[in-house]
Design a protein around this ligand. Sequence first.
Ligand SMILES: Nc1nc2c(ncn2[C@@H]2O[C@H](COP(=O)(O)OP(=O)(O)OP(=O)(O)O)[C@@H](O)[C@H]2O)c(=O)[nH]1
Ligand SMILES: [Mg+2]
Length: 198
Amino acid sequence: MIRIVSAKFISSSQAIGDAPDFGMSEVAFLGRSNVGKSSLINALTNFQGLAKSSSTPGKTQLINFFEVIFDNGESKIPVIFVDLPGFGYAKVSKTMQNAWQRNLDEFLRKRINIKTFVHLIDSRHASLQKDENLGIYLSEFVRPDQKILNLYTKADKLNQSERSKVLKVDSKALLVSSSKRTGVDKAVETIYNSIFGL
Ligand SMILES: Nc1nc2c(ncn2[C@@H]2O[C@H](COP(=O)(O)OP(=O)(O)OP(=O)(O)O)[C@@H](O)[C@H]2O)c(=O)[nH]1
Ligand SMILES: [Mg+2]
């Protein structure tokens, strides 16, 4: 079994220009504002409060780096998790919003160390145009050594028929709940496998 045995905050950056090279593979968590990116990082690492989460959209405003240690039973492997601001957060001034999106765009396109893009999608709204656009956007620059992984968040809010609806949209959908911790172990393993090309 693949486990995450420790996690710590390293630093924050405003843009790729001031983001150091940590010399480790990186996993970037992205998706709409409020979809549950920060909460998922806390659930995956089993570390409440590691990444700041909030019911108010727009909580994460910087590029935050965390060092996470995976244990595959034989060795311990450090990896960087990157918590990002949400896409399409509208409640700041247009100028601010454009600056964030430009920084985010440049980071995603140019950051060499990213091995996996984890695209979080709200499982209650599994086929929004915005998420489809984000998927298309990523596929335009994803490199052969990178993976895109879709995770469906807030699965605790779904009933059985709503779950089937998600699985109809994406038959391999990985449903996770950060609050109930369902699907979290599976997500840890899937992320690990994606980083190491397994
Ligand atoms: N019920 C439920 N609520 C969740 C879950 N994950 C996150 N939330 C809630 O959703 C809200 C947003 O969570 P965040 O983790 O801050 O979302 P984010 O994507 O990091 O948001 P930004 O930083 O603003 O982009 C918070 O109120 C969380 O408590 C979940 O699995 N189940
Ligand atoms: Mg956040």
